[in-house]
Design a protein around this ligand. Structure first.
Ligand code: PSU
Ligand code: MN
Length: 313
């Protein structure tokens, strides 16, 4: 572990021991648990993802905020605590969604929080973790030329040298604009065994990628090249869902168009847009989108673990 880990960050003994021994560690975010999945699936996913990582011989480090303290390597009880307080599951505690800007507020107010890709990547890097998996990355929202709504994930990834496995960004975002912003921010994006940028629920967003890799060893070589150049950007590995497992693309396009029309008709704007659209898609697909969501995430966790092993050498 680096010797300049900020004093407010708690790194679990298990994660610290693994890092100090040079063993592979994979960071996992927690907003997917607190704000991305319904209860009780969120807890199942949180615990089974860690189990999947362990089976691959890698130490999982789920990251989140407990009572104001950012924790790298949440215990099962802490994961349960964050999952139980999420969404509308009742009780008098709430859990907030913390991007990097929210960490000081969560600390000062002793809040519980799920951490976004931005906050998770920053905390993981500060603790010395080199690989992370997520479901879908934040990106540029549709209409961003008016609203300026672009996820803070992008800015943090421009200055955080980690390798991040995702299945691209969800098609509710402006995917073309997101890829343009990634280019502007000097963030390399490579397809894992594909030359097409994936769109989370579907394997092909319609946008091409300039580069592809074929193996976890390729990803490790890329991270090493970045480090040898002294560059600060994350390396993004875009891992598509299997074509047989994806939402039928024509069905996906139809439901998305309906969802966007409903949001516009009902005057849904700003931060309410994403939850509205995702909920619409989930209901309109009769839960099929949730099953794809879980499949996509499992795939990213499994690949992240393999890359963590390759990076650890
Ligand atoms: N995209 C998804 N599901 C999610 C998220 C993104 O398909 O749960 C979460 C991730 O934690 C991501 C965050 O980092 O939302 C981005 O939120 P914002 O756009 O507010 O930065
Ligand atoms: Mn936003």
């Amino acid at each position: 572990m680096p010797d300049d880990v900020p004093s407010a960050i708690r790194v679990s003994a298990e994660v610290r021991t693994a890092l100090d021994a040079g063993r592979p560690v994979l960071a996992l975010e927690s907003t997917i648990l607190t704000h991305g999945l319904p209860s009780p699936r969120n807890l199942e996913v949180g615990l089974s993802s860690e189990a999947l990582v362990r089976e691959a011989g890698v130490t999982p480090a789920t990251i989140g905020v407990v009572d104001g303290t950012p924790v790298v390597g949440l215990s099962p009880a802490e994961i349960e605590r964050l999952c139980a307080a999420s969404g509308d599951s009742g009780g008098d505690r709430t859990v907030v969604k913390a991007s990097l800007r929210d960490l000081p507020i969560a600390r000062a107010k002793h809040l519980d929080a799920g951490t976004t890709v931005a906050a998770t990547a920053w905390l993981a890097h500060r603790a010395g973790i080199r690989v992370m998996s997520t479901g879908g990355l934040g990106g540029v929202h549709r209409g961003a030329s008016e609203t300026f709504d672009e996820s803070a994930d992008l800015g943090v990834l421009a200055t955080t040298p980690i390798t991040l496995v995702s299945a691209g960004v969800k098609s509710i975002l402006d995917i073309g604009a997101t890829l343009e912003r990634l280019e502007t921010l000097n963030i390399p994006v490579v397809g894992y065994r594909t030359s097409r940028y994936p769109a989370f629920y579907v394997a092909d967003s319609g946008f091409a990628l300039d580069y592809r890799i074929e193996s976890p060893a390729d990803a490790a070589a890329l991270a090493l090249a970045r480090d040898e150049l002294g560059l600060p950007q994350a390396v993004l590995v875009a891992n598509p869902v299997d074509a047989e497992q994806q939402l039928d693309p024509a069905f996906h396009d139809r439901v998305l168009a309906e969802a966007l029309a409903a949001a516009s008709a009902q005057g849904v704007t700003g931060h309410d847009t994403t939850p509205f659209l995702l909920d619409y898609v989930q209901r309109a697909t009769d839960g099929a989108s949730l099953e794809v969501n879980l499949e996509v995430y499992r795939g990213n966790v499994a690949l992240g673990a393999e890359i963590a092993r390759a990076v650890a050498g």
